[in-house]
Design a protein around this ligand. Structure first.
Ligand code: ATP
Length: 239
């Protein structure tokens, strides 16, 4: 079976600035891969290329073995590859349920709305308890859950998550990782960029270390600790 996602010799950047230099990485169906690196190493850039939000300047992105001719996030979404929205992308003045209903109605139509809401509340019981609350008054962690629920209910085959735990209290980080664990168990592959290295390695099968736009180490998550100690932490810039 072809990998669900493959980056082959990808270079990418912003105008004349190169952020990735010939990066190759695969994610197999159902596999969880952690992408680790210091500030500015290119992790977000890689996550954006992998989900069709940014076009590589050279190299190829393949989904299920097929080259994606253009970077268009909607094309990736159609194949089941989705990028978890960063931060708190919710409509602050609408209720939790109205936020969910807006996305679900677009994705599933009126007929599918009730079922999608039920699935979202099963995945995030906390959102069910707060369904009438105005989204802008939710805690940071709850807002993160709300924006995740909006994409997860579509059962992606690969979720690309960029620093989901950023700025959250430790207890909420645990909840976010518990949710990622459940998503994984349900068969969704994960590519996660995380500053919570310990949590990420516990969750993932494999890790890749990105340094200055190059993947300098890849291997099983359980061997990553030693590799990280000799790399990131000597730069003094690791998260
Ligand atoms: P962090 O952990 O700090 O978020 P990162 O590993 O995610 O870092 P990227 O955000 O991918 O790193 O950035 C890689 C490099 O590209 C950095 O040097 C950054 O300054 C640069 N960069 C990112 N976005 C832009 C942009 N829109 N325009 C110009 N340069 C950018």
């Amino acid at each position: 079976m072809a990998p669900i996602l493959e980056l082959r010799d990808v270079e990418a950047g912003y105008g004349p600035f190169r952020a990735l230099f010939g990066v190759s990485l695969t994610v197999e169906p159902g596999e969880a891969v952690a992408l680790i690196g210091a500030n500015g190493a290119g992790k977000t850039t890689l996550a954006r290329v992998a989900s069709g939000l940014l076009a590589p300047s050279s190299g190829t992105v393949l989904v299920d073995g097929t080259g994606m001719a253009e970077a268009a996030a909607w094309r990736f979404v159609r194949t089941g590859v989705v990028h978890a929205p960063e931060g708190r992308s919710v409509f602050a003045t609408l209720s939790v349920e109205d936020n969910l209903a807006l996305s679900f109605q677009r994705a599933f139509g009126r007929a599918g709305l009730a079922g999608a809401l039920r699935r979202a509340y099963e995945l995030f019981p906390r959102l069910g308890q707060r369904r009438t609350q105005i989204a802008g008054t939710l805690s940071g962690g709850e807002q993160r859950m709300l924006s995740l629920a909006r994409v997860l209910v579509e059962s992606p085959r690969l979720l690309i998550a960029d620093e989901l735990s950023l700025g959250l209290a430790p207890l909420v980080v645990d909840q976010v990782f518990a949710t990622l664990g459940r998503i994984r168990e349900a068969g969704t592959a994960l590519l996660i960029v995380e500053q919570q290295v310990g949590h990420a390695l516990e969750l993932c099968d494999r890790a890749a270390v990105l340094e200055h736009g190059l993947i300098t180490w890849q291997g099983p998550a359980e061997s990553a600790g030693a590799a990280l100690e000799s790399r990131l932490f000597t730069t003094g810039a690791a998260h």
